[in-house]
Every structure is written in C-alpha cells, then in structure tokens.
Design a protein around this ligand. Sequence first.
Ligand SMILES: O=C(O)CCC(=O)C(=O)O
Ligand SMILES: [Mn+2]
Length: 238
Amino acid sequence: MSLRFKAISDPDGSGSNSKEQKMDLGNGSEVVYVPRLLTSDESWKFFDYLNKEIPWIRPTIRVFGRSHVQPRDTCYVASKGLPELIYSGYQPHAYSWDDFPPLKDILEAVHKALPGSTFNSLLLNRYKGGNDNVGWHADDEKLYGSTPEIASVSFGCEREFLMKKKPSKSSQERRSDDDEPVSKRLKKSSNPDHHSFTLKHGSLLVMRGYTQRDWLHSVPKRAKAEATRINLTFRYVP
Ligand SMILES: O=C(O)CCC(=O)C(=O)O
Ligand SMILES: [Mn+2]
C-alpha cells in the first residue's frame, strides 16, 4: 500500500487542540473530546481508504449466553507479541500496522494530541447505517488493566455516543436512587449519570481513569443515520 496521508493533529496551527473539551465524571473518571483532530478533507481520505481496504467482517458473538451476528463490521490491528483479544466469545485475527499503513498516520495524530499516552492496538468498527449499533458495554477486558485509556476517532456519518453510570454496588446508594422521584430520574439532560456526545467526522473522544470500571457506553440505533460511519478505538495492552 503506497498511500500515505499526512495526519494533521493541529489543523488550526495554534499549537494546541483548541476547543478540546474535558469532562470530569467524578471518582477518577474523565472524558476528553477534541472535535477536530483531523481536517475534514483528510478525514474523508482516511474514510475512503478504510472503507475499501479493511477486510471487514461481521462476526457471530455470544452475549448473555445467546449467539447473534454483531450489528456492525469489525477488524482488529495490534502490535506483534501482544496477548490475544477475546470479547463476547470471539477472538479476532490480529492484523499488523504494516498491513494498513494509513492507520499508523492516524495513530501518530492521536499520540501527538495526547502527549504521554501510548496505544498499541486498535479495534475498528463500521456502521453501515442507522440499524448498526453497539449496545451498552464497558471496555473492561482484563487485558487492558484497571484504568485503560481508550482513544476513539470517528469518520463519516455523525452518530450519538451515550454514556451512563453503572448501577452502584453500595446498597445505601442504590436506596437513595430508588427514592428519587420519577420526574427527576427522567430528566436525562441534567442527569449527571447520563451524557451524550455527537461524534463528528474527524473527531477524537478519549475515555480515561476509571471510566471503564464505573461507566457504560453505547452507540444506539438511529433511524435517520443512513450513511456509513467508521470508528477506530485505540487501546494499550500492557
Ligand atoms: O463506535 C464507537 O464510537 C464506539 C465503539 C466501541 O465502543 C468499541 O469498539 O468498544
Ligand atoms: Mn467500547
């Protein structure tokens, strides 16, 4: 593959990711959103390359003891010598970074935007329309350690990324949740236990700290999201 894209992690030339938004979720969990990690033109080039060249597959996975076809396409890339990834009873083949050189450019942009962070594996997802989705889950596989940092880069169709706090294990906290009036519980927009981000073309969302231990995330079905979206989640396997 001779295509090499120059990844621009500083599109406005200001030396920083202006408009970077940080959200403290409490108890050591944090989310960072960078709306423009990459320029729009460059992001479309990456989109076209990934859409065409990645050997996408739609595996059968097991969730709560039942087999079903995963409602999105996937592929996995990892540095050599890492332990194998298994999720929902499925072990993806680990491709190498050299198989898809533009991925190294995107990784470089992510590393530049997040000084001090290192990523050595990548799960790719392709949502071919509004029916494709990922249900509520946490990326809490033992493989990643107790406080994994996940860097998520999105291309193509904008989709909503939801987060909600895992149910509390402390019976005292659970009781106080139950006592809350229904009207208050339904007020999602001001509920600190629910958050929603619209993940834009060329954006970066980072989850870090205890986010995978304490929070769930999902990309729900959306009837109006007809176009294809590609998402890359970079992770570190110690
Ligand atoms: O597509 C996304 O934004 C999220 C994907 C995701 O959560 C995952 O691959 O674990
Ligand atoms: Mn995830």
